[in-house]
Design a protein around this ligand. Sequence first.
Ligand code: OGA
Ligand code: NI
Length: 357
Amino acid sequence: MSEPTERVRTGDVPMIDLRAWATGTPDQRGAIATAVDDACRSTGFFQVVGHGVPQQLIDDALQVADEFFGLPFSAKQQTAPVADHVNRGFLAVGSEALSYSVGVDAPADVREAFVLGPDGPPPAGHEADPYHVFAPNLWPAQPTGLRPALAAYFAAVAELATTLLDIYAVALQLAPGYFRAFNDHPTQTLRINYYECLVDGAELAPGQQRLGAHTDYGITTVLHADRVPGLERLDDAGRWVPVLPGPGAFVINLGDLLAQWTNDRWRSTIHRVVPSPAAGRRRSLAFFLDGDYDAVVSCLPSCHDTGNPPHYSDVTAGAHLAEKLRGARTHTPAAAVDTVGDRIGALRDTERRADDR
Ligand code: OGA
Ligand code: NI
């Protein structure tokens, strides 16, 4: 009877084994797609094992992250982005307040981060790059092992994310390569979130978080996180539910663009990372696959009819992502709040209840 305990510990995020996806029978692939559809409809979160990303790549990425974040502030700050619209390099504590990306005022987030994209020039024909999604990476001089370790990890999780796109297409009964067509020259971002142990008595403003409540902006997120409490998702009743990855598992969640494509059949769930001083340091590697900047996201024909018209206007992925980033970086509410619709109301109710206590 160990199963209920495990379910509580992992915060009820279903575990899906992807091993059979590449080589399995049609029935086995169908079972994976059905499990993904169930999870995406109910919570927008699941976990995967059998994902094919070698543990060594994860360990190496965490090792160089420890070395980088252990450097003096002035060394890290050398790779700070030159402008708010450049999603690269070192983000000091307080640089972002993610709740602004969903239009909610909040204190600045208490976490450091290092952000990178694909390591190379923009793909041919996309040199103009209006949204800076192919901005050069900002590599620090030290540690020298950072670049190869993160580039290798990036490539492996990017491949996993592409596999997820194929599973999503099957789960939504679309042509197998449906989402690949929107990810020909995609926005791909790896953000290392580094949450240091908060020293006892550290002063936090009311409502200040390690990562403020937000939805992920794009298509899908592939998250490796230390098995340390902190990540929480908002459920339909307005309660925060812990999400703790199982051993060796990636946590997968969906971003706004999939909610828009599917007319909210699939969920872009609000989540946050809360301080947990007793638990100490927490690290996460968040990879975001967010579509082509010029992809137009339009409600799927199978997800609307006369009784259920599209909830969202068509949006260009690049414009949507840029507005979200602008909100979080400049600590001013993003205009794109309609993309999370009613869930903002649930979040505000939760916070009001907490304030009344
Ligand atoms: C994110 C995020 C969760 C975590 O980076 O968008 O939600 O556990 N991270 O760090
Ligand atoms: Ni997130």
